[in-house]
Design a protein around this ligand. Structure first.
Ligand code: GBH
Length: 450
């Protein structure tokens, strides 16, 4: 499969970090060889996953990681972002370590180092141990403490070879989709009562930063989902609704992490405890800040009829409704392709957080398209890299870019129908086949090395 010749990408800084991302539950499979997670329970319920599938086998990466590391190496990227499955390391969330589980990540890290690829583990990408969930999950403050203990276990084992860490992946999506709207595991529909879930993830992050640093780790970040919010119109009720959504997506986590306080009105909604003490944990300085970017969102005032969002019908109590963005191509997922929104997001971040903003890394960016000759993905990545470059020229400090994803994988509530990979996976044979986009990126990276 040949890559399409296009004009070369603009030059990125020499030490810019290029990588690809995956997550444990989406690729590993080998579900019987670990403790159960909320996603095992969630996918067992008919109707929760569109195509009725589960991630019990997924890409079988757990048994095929050598082949996958070879694909990463041959792509020519500097780094590989993967996640560690909490229930694979600690089947019940705390206490007894599952040696084979921890050994797996040890071998994976060795394999990456031998291939000259930097391992970048994320400690939590949504797969809470089921036992932890049964005790209350992220609604419980105690889960933050258990998470920090788990972080210490992983750091003690991998810390001699890992020099870049990510605590959590997208706590905003995990709160919204998993706990407020019930579209993701654990399937809770708490609406605004999900706020403690947000707080406890932030606390877990801060405690994990401290645990990692105590174990000698440095270069610690977090990966948050962000995107510009566009108001549906200039009308006051639309701009107010858009502002509210913007706070949920772009500030509810970033403000506590970077400024040490919640957006106005949110701290008061939390159960009473010592918020100041928690904030000093949560705002523990970060070495870098990760942004997962996919698309902008257009938002307006609530509509009088039911509306769809991320594949579910929104409850009427929400003070906003997402609207269709017209005039742009869309991915197989229906998400609009708007590269300029990445420049907009990055410059807005710099303007909002100024001196308080650590160096940024794009920890995820990518799109869902089928087929091996995925010219649309090439166009998507090319467009977003140019948009990222414009942000660099505007003086935003971005140090790296990771494509989501190395290979097709279990796309949560969508099952296997949405394909985000640079590498195609045949789910019958588990054969991996690099797509045109893989070859394109490899050429682009080779040209950069000169
Ligand atoms: C990431 O989340 C996850 O980290 C990763 O595991 C996942 O596989 C990947 O993205 C692809 O989905 O257009 O109104 O439907 C992405 C968070 C939230 C971004 C929903 C896109 C679509 C809103 N996403 N959003 S809408």
């Amino acid at each position: 499969m040949a890559a399409t010749a296009a004009s070369p990408l603009p030059p990125f800084p020499r030490d810019f970090l290029w990588g690809v991302s995956t997550s444990a539950h989406q690729i590993e499979g080998a579900a019987a060889e670990r403790g159960a997670s909320v996603w095992d329970a969630f996918t067992a319920v008919p109707g929760n996953v569109k195509d009725g599938t589960t991630a019990a086998v997924a890409c079988d990466h757990y048994h095929r990681y050598r082949e996958d590391v070879a694909l990463v190496r041959d792509l020519g990227v500097d780094a590989y972002r993967f996640s560690v499955s909490w229930p694979r390391v600690l089947p019940t969330g705390s206490g007894r370590v599952h040696p084979a589980g921890l050994d797996f990540y040890d071998r994976l890290v060795d394999e990456l180092c031998a291939a000259g690829v930097r391992p970048v583990p994320t400690l939590f990408h949504w797969d809470t141990p089921l036992t932890v969930q049964e005790a209350g999950g992220w609604r419980n403050r105690d889960t933050a403490e258990r998470f920090a203990q788990y972080a210490a276990v992983v750091a003690a084992r991998l810390g001699d070879r890992v020099n870049r860490w990510i605590t959590l992946n997208e706590p905003a999506e995990h709160t919204l989709l998993g706990h407020a709207l019930g579209r993701h595991a654990p399937g809770e529909r708490l609406l605004f009562d999900a706020l403690p879930v947000a707080h406890h993830q932030l606390l877990a992050h801060g405690l994990a930063v401290r645990a990692l640093r105590a174990a000698g780790a440095r270069d610690i970040g977090i990966a948050n989902s962000h995107g510009p919010t566009w108001p549906a119109s200039d009308a006051e009720e639309d701009t107010a609704a858009a502002d509210f959504y913007d706070v949920l997506l772009n500030r509810l986590f970033a403000d506590p992490l970077l400024l040490g306080h919640y957006p106005e009105g949110f701290g008061e909604l939390l159960p009473s405890h010592d918020l100041d003490a928690d904030m000093s944990v949560i705002s523990e300085p970060l070495d870098w800040y990760g942004i997962n970017f996919y698309q902008p969102t257009k938002v307006g005032a609530p509509l009088p009829h039911p509306t769809e969002f991320s594949g579910l019908t929104l409850p009427p109590e929400l003070p906003f409704t997402p609207r269709e963005i017209e005039g742009y191509p869309t991915t197989d997922f229906g998400w609009p392709v708007v590269p300029g929104a990445l420049t907009e997001l990055l410059t807005a971040f710099r303007d909002r957080y100024g001196e308080r903003l650590p160096p940024l890394v794009i920890t995820e960016n990518g799109c869902s398209y089928g087929g091996l000759d995925d010219q649309e993905r090439i166009a998507y990545l090319d467009g977003h890299l140019r948009a990222l470059h414009r942000a660099l020229e505007a003086g935003v400090d971005v140090r790296g870019y990771f494509v989501w994803s190395l290979m097709d994988n279990f796309e949560w509530a969508e099952g296997y129908r949405q394909r985000f990979g640079l590498v195609h996976v045949d789910y019958d044979t588990l054969e991996r086949t690099p797509k045109a986009s893989y070859h394109w990126l490899r050429e682009a990276l080779r040209a950069r090395r000169g």
